[in-house]
Design a protein around this ligand. Structure first.
Ligand code: NAD
Length: 314
């Protein structure tokens, strides 16, 4: 698996090990951390390789499945790593596909709801082509993933590689970096520190959150199937960003105020997956209720705070 030392990668390593796979996690720690996989090191079926997948991807042993997750995923990260993001989505994806072709392995691409951009169709079915600004600040991520989807499709049609594409919607949970910048880490850290919870725009834009174990389970189900996708994997409870901020404030019991800040350019106004395909093809749907997921995430962020309110070092 590429991106194995990231937030989702760490959970997916564990889910694959539980399913009986031998897992080799490949990561260059661009946005991930050795701490994510540290406790897996003694596991007899787990190995780690520090490598940049934009270089040639060569791994020891036989490979039956390539799961390609390597890519910065938070707007804060890809905003500060624009070229690295484009390279890992293009070169990195090609190297991961080449590995799958060489090994005759199934290939699963971790794509994203961002391929729908600021969607004009709501909720978003996989048949929707999206509304992406190719030169906007989010384009390095959105277009890299759209390119990765095209490349994956070309390897399937012209080289016969057994590929699949998952379009993952906003996923949250324990293991996210405190400085990740995405909505849940940002709101929870602000609430725990008693700082104003910063809501972009008027907070009326919507997101559909999915707990990380549900997303990991969906990726495993897609890997185990023979379907090519794309398949949406995401939560069904659509909330405004302001509702999420209020839920976090309630849950933490924080006295934080809510502060409205400038809406980022090209911020999607609505986001909710149509998961009919995942339900019908994979028998998948999210099962972790939002309240429960938020509570688990909160415990994680609490554990990451030193008494002085600073994040603990990893
Ligand atoms: P993350 O930033 O925590 O993990 C990404 C991992 O990829 C990191 O460990 C990073 O070091 C690694 N990486 C980046 N470039 C690399 C390179 N050139 N070589 C080797 N490793 C490299 O992000 P995440 O939230 O875990 O997301 C994982 C994947 O899932 C990404 O591809 C992302 O686009 C996709 N995704 C995630 C979400 C979500 O809500 N978490 C939603 C949609 C799609």
């Amino acid at each position: 698996m590429t991106g194995g030392a990231g937030f989702l990668g760490g959970w997916l390593c564990r889910a694959l090990l539980d399913d009986g796979w031998q897992v080799l996690a490949v990561d260059n720690f661009l946005t991930g951390s050795p701490s994510v996989v540290k406790d897996l090191e003694p596991h007899p079926d787990f190995a780690f390789l520090e490598a940049d997948v934009t270089e040639v991807l060569d791994v020891p042993g036989e490979v039956g499945l390539v799961m390609h997750l390597a890519s910065p995923a938070s707007p804060v990260h890809y905003g500060s790593l624009p070229l690295e993001t484009m390279l890992v989505g293009s070169q990195g994806t090609m190297h991961a596909l080449d590995l799958a072709q060489r090994e005759g392995a199934r290939f699963v691409l971790a794509s994203t709801s961002e391929v729908y951009g600021d969607p004009l169709v709501h909720p978003q079915p996989e048949t929707y082509w999206g509304n992406v600004n190719p030169v906007g600040p989010r384009s390095v991520y959105d277009e890299a993933k759209r390119y990765a989807e095209s490349l994956t499709t070309a390897y399937r049609t012209s080289r016969g590689v057994d590929t699949a594409i998952a379009r993952i919607f906003n996923t949250y949970g324990p293991g996210m970096r405190v400085d990740d910048g995405r909505m849940i880490p940002a709101f929870m850290m602000q609430a725990l520190r008693g700082e104003p919870i910063q809501v972009a725009g008027d907070g009326s834009q919507t997101r559909s959150l999915c707990y990380v174990t549900d997303t990991a389970r969906g990726l495993c189900a897609l890997a185990d199937s023979s379907h090519a996708g794309p398949v949406n994997l995401g939560g069904q409870q659509e909330l405004t960003v302001l509702q999420v901020a209020e839920a976090v404030r309630r849950l933490t019991g924080s006295a934080s105020t809510i502060e409205f800040v400038e809406l980022p350019v090209d911020d999607p106004k609505v986001r909710r997956p149509d998961i009919t395909r995942a339900r019908e093809l994979l028998g998948w749907q999210p099962v972790v209720p939002l309240e429960e997921g938020l509570r688990c995430a909160l415990e994680w962020f609490e554990s990451q705070l030193a008494p002085d309110g600073q994040a603990k070092a990893h």
